[in-house]
Write a protein that binds this ligand. Structure first.
Ligand code: MBD
Ligand code: FE
Length: 282
């Protein structure tokens, strides 16, 4: 951990909120969800809250602590962080249960569309980057085994100090982000560094909850990826490393055995991972 960087909850929270409002909220408004769905879902969530209050004899002090905390989540811009850490995994499970191809997992709050194109092989390092060099090679295929020409692998990850570019100070804008486009053989080769275990920002409201509940804020090291190809379903996934301290207690509950890499240490100390991607026809 040699880089000097920082990521306060309010700075990364504000950036994540801006990102969501630019990319996703224009395409999803509560008024566009069918009335009977809103009625059912809102009613059941509220009933679950009422049941918890009765079961545990919740006091006015506790109710006011909740109110103050909810206000603070918004003030810190942490709704994207909180929801992606504690809720998204269940949505992802429901959305992808039908798939025969690759398992996916949550996107999280730090994807930025429009990363630089890096060919079928290239590096996502935009500076002299501390860390263990890592090469990920793989093939994008359809469920019938055909390589998917024109497929894209859009990757993002944290640096050796555990920070994401554009959500912390001090990294080049597109550091550790990039889009790889494959040819007829479906092959890509990504040059990067091994990511670090990631502690979600914990000086804001999400951190206050984690602290108050006696939880921890860690996610295991991971490489995020979105893989797409013509006429196929978009896959959003993360890849993990065996032996990480937090593979079994990820705060975001986003680890799946199918997403575990098999890193091969090379004579020069670098790491090679081979991991192919299979996409479902749309
Ligand atoms: C991350 O890097 C992440 O992957 C998730 C899911 C939540 C917060 C930060
Ligand atoms: Fe992440």
């Amino acid at each position: 951990m040699t880089t000097v960087e920082s990521a306060t909850a309010s700075a990364s929270g504000a950036a994540a909120t801006d990102r969501f409002q630019a990319d996703k909220s224009p395409f999803a408004a509560v008024k566009d969800v069918p009335k009977d769905r809103v009625d059912t879902l809102a009613r059941e969530v509220l009933s679950a809250v009422h049941a918890t209050i009765r079961k545990h004899q919740v006091t006015y002090d506790e109710y006011n602590a909740l109110k103050a905390w909810l206000i603070q989540v918004g003030a810190d811009g942490e709704w994207p962080l909180f929801l992606d850490v504690f809720v998204e995994h269940a949505v992802e499970e429901v959305a992808t249960a039908h798939r025969k191809g690759n398992k996916g997992t949550i996107e999280g709050p730090y994807y930025v569309p429009g990363a630089p194109e890096r060919g079928a092989e290239g590096s996502i390092l935009e500076r002299d980057e501390p860390g263990i060099p890592l090469v990920w090679e793989g093939v994008i295929r359809s469920t019938d085994g055909t390589p998917l020409a024109g497929g894209k692998v859009d990757v993002w990850q944290d640096d050796d100090a555990g920070f994401y570019s554009q959500f912390s100070e001090g990294q080049p804008e597109w550091n550790l982000r990039g889009v790889f486009t494959v040819g007829d053989d479906g092959k890509f080769r990504i040059h990067t560094i091994k990511p670090q275990p990631y502690q979600i920002p914990h000086d804001g409201a999400t951190g206050a909850l984690i602290e108050a509940a006696g939880w921890h804020a860690w996610r295991p090291a991971h490489i995020h990826v979105k893989v797409s190809a013509p006429s196929h379903e978009l896959l959003t996934a993360q890849l993990y490393f065996p032996g990480d301290d937090h593979n079994n207690d990820d705060i975001a509950q986003a680890v799946k055995p199918e997403l575990m890499l098999d890193p091969q240490e090379q004579p020069d100390g670098s790491i090679l991972v081979q991991y192919d991607i299979t996409l479902d026809p749309a």
